[in-house]
Design a binder for this molecule. Structure first.
Ligand SMILES: [Zn+2]
Length: 107
């Protein structure tokens, strides 16, 4: 499985035409949601079939009050990240920077 595959596997039109299974996972609350085809179709209606889930994330809606991020995974045998190692590194850096930052009102 090469890089070209992950570039296109998360395009909503491709997900719908192949019946690819997609889920989100939250690193914070360990929540998990598997999308139905209807949910993907609903998303495609809002953002278009060309929209690519690659390297996207959204605020957690799996657990009320959770401030974590949901990351996308696609099924190819097992569930695999729908984000690149580079993007994962950037997200980790951001989280680390946020933890190291004093609240703006501290000083
Ligand atoms: Zn969460």
């Amino acid at each position: 499985m090469g890089y070209a595959f992950i570039d296109t596997v998360g395009i909503l039109g491709n997900i719908l035409s192949t019946g690819r299974e997609i889920q989100v996972e939250c690193a914070e609350c360990k929540g998990l949601h598997r999308f139905t085809a209807a949910e993907i179709a609903g998303l495609a209606e809002k953002v278009g079939r060309e929209f690519n889930l690659l390297n996207r994330r959204c605020r957690c809606r799996l657990t009320p009050g959770c401030t974590g991020w949901n990351r996308f995974f696609f099924r190819s045998g097992v569930y695999r990240p729908l984000f690149t190692p580079e993007q994962s590194g950037r997200w980790s850096d951001e989280a680390r920077a946020a933890r190291m930052s004093l609240p703006p009102t501290t000083l």
